[in-house]
Design a protein around this ligand. Sequence first.
Ligand code: NOJ
Length: 763
Amino acid sequence: MMKLSLLGLAMGLASQAALAAPTAPPLQDKQAFIEHLISQMTEAEKIGQLRLISIGPEMPRDKIREEIAAGRIGGTFNSRTAPENRPMQDAAMRSRLKIPMFFAYDTVHGERTIFPIGLGMAATWDMEAVAKVGRTAAIEASADALDMTFAPMVDIARDPRWGRTSEGFGEDTYLTSRIGQVMVRSFQGSSPANPDSIMAIVKHFALYGAVEGGRDYNTVDMSLPKMYNDYLPPYRAALDAGAGGVMVALNSINGVPATSNTWLMNDLLRKEWGFKGVTISDHGAIQELIRHGVARDGREAAKLAIKAGIDMSMNDTLYGEELPGLLKSGEVTQRELDQAVREVLGAKYDMGLFKDPYVRIGKAETDLKDYYGNDRLHREAARDVARRSLVLLENRNQTLPLKKAGTIALVGPLADAPIDMMGSWAADGKPVHSVTVREGLRRAVEGKAKLVYAKGSNVTGDKAIFDYLNFLNFDAPEIVDDPRPPAVLIDEAIKAAKQSDVVVAVVGESRGMSHESSSRTTLEIPASQRELIKALKATGKPLVLVLMNGRPLSISWEREQADAILETWFAGTEGGNAIADVLFGDYNPSGKLAITFPRSVGQIPMYYNHTRIGRPFTPGKPGNYTSQYFEEPNGPLYPFGYGLSYSSFELSGLNLSSKDLKRGDTLDAKVTVKNTGKVAGETVVQLYLQDVSASMSRPVKELKNFQKLMLEPGETRTLTFRISEDDLKFYNGQLQRVAEPGEFNVQVGLDSQAVQQQSFELL
Ligand code: NOJ
């Protein structure tokens, strides 16, 4: 009996085991979970995961849902509300393996609340402010049912003709690296799986900011030491901060397009840097391999891209069309396919989508009534960051701050320009939410001073440029032309100026002028606006120029006309309020340039940390045969790190804790900073290092640290900067990262030019 029952039990267990579905590994074990999933996937399903599809005119939405349900799409971009994304996720849940979709978007400097453009963010030199941008953007984007952002953009830009200079954090490696890291951490929070986090995709890997001549999409040619020392560290820093992915650049690098560049994606990114996330091509980049001249046709382009290491194809056609044939012929292997799929599934896993595909979409009952409502905006944060981003370039005779009294003339084509206020890549920011300068000033002076407004000129009088800029926006005209003759517009502005105590002219670029594919041959303010400035100057009234632009402008002439100049970039949703805060002294400006302002376009490239040369131009020592341009003063108009305040600050007593540094030790540089002005204010103390003699010519100086601090009038504080061997390292001619023994100069200043110096020896 006993024997029988035991046998029966054993048989029962055996038949149960035979019937049970094969068990999947637990979700907690990422690797096993993904490998198991891959083992279940058909080849077509695998290819589907590599396809990132744009929500737009390219494919009707019902077709997209059909494709998703058939397992032929891995993710989409450009949709941005839960009601839009839920049906797509529902379709994915109807697919055979129920692999969730992800939803991506360019949430670059805000999602609905728009913060200053990248160049403005960088001008804050304030990592808390930068974190506020990333975190707020992530909160809003995740509430928009987005899982991923194509940001931060950490391309170093040293040629301001390039329109995308506006999107990055300027010319400097260290500052860009710091900001890139903070952006990644604030987008992703403690984990990209959190419901209020979005995954950061660092772009554009690599060197996109160095396109020849600043002409967008052009080729890049660069030495390896320059890459390693100057251009690559920001990508590395952002990845080390945990960014989940990389967007690969559109440009070629030393002749090989990034999209087919095995050295870039395999040797450098994967092997040398140990990157474990997903790589995504830029829009249409695989197809463009044909026009780059490295692929004969679409089939070869797809093959080159996947073999070089592009996991996911943005706006894909070629992976879908060509991979089946390439796999069949054995030109692309199962292993190569699986590797790309593994990274895509890994990213989905990291975004928490396998645990809950609706983690950011939520339930229909909790959908917002109005995704576009003003009540969703984080205006206070936007105003705070915006005013920190403004850089006071000139302030003769203390023209600023203005009094909230008398009559103020507000003129200029950008004074009342809600679209421009947001800058390029403004995600789902709505112009109707922008506080323009006109509105900001109106609120600030209400009941105290009179504000008279006149447009004064159009942004440009050039019809061809006007048409080009309006071509960029599909929804509405970017810039609206005032059809009145220029003289009539100017007369109106003069009339306004004459009845006022001071003139504020808001001039510069429309946002489309500093955008993707908006490279310029000149850095000047368009002629129509310069005519206006000339006429305003002739009235003899104090003239304040408020600049809006996404790149350094060459404003030598404007500098002579104006009594004060405030650089405001494209300051975002709350820009007008922030600008009013600074103009009236309710906030003391503290921004510093993250990019050099050249005197003219002919000086480009001009950046503060250029390599030392044999015949440098020496100010105050005129003569031939030094490196200079003889037709205009040499050096920048405004150097990197420059910016005024309504207060004044003095640095003194730079001293080093030792004259020698032993390897592995540290050394302290101390400096005293005093607020010698009458009002409280913040300033940025900047630390630069120079390697005096090395195996290669090194930069004249390099930013290595900075501290931003608030000082009351008369207050003095001593700051300490710790210097370690690591700060002295660079990639030498053999690409080894070394600190070479010998003398180093330590320079400390409130900009990159006016510095105090001490030196020490690395033993
Ligand atoms: C092309 C741009 O180069 C890139 O920055 C952007 O993220 C993608 N389009 C997606 O919009």
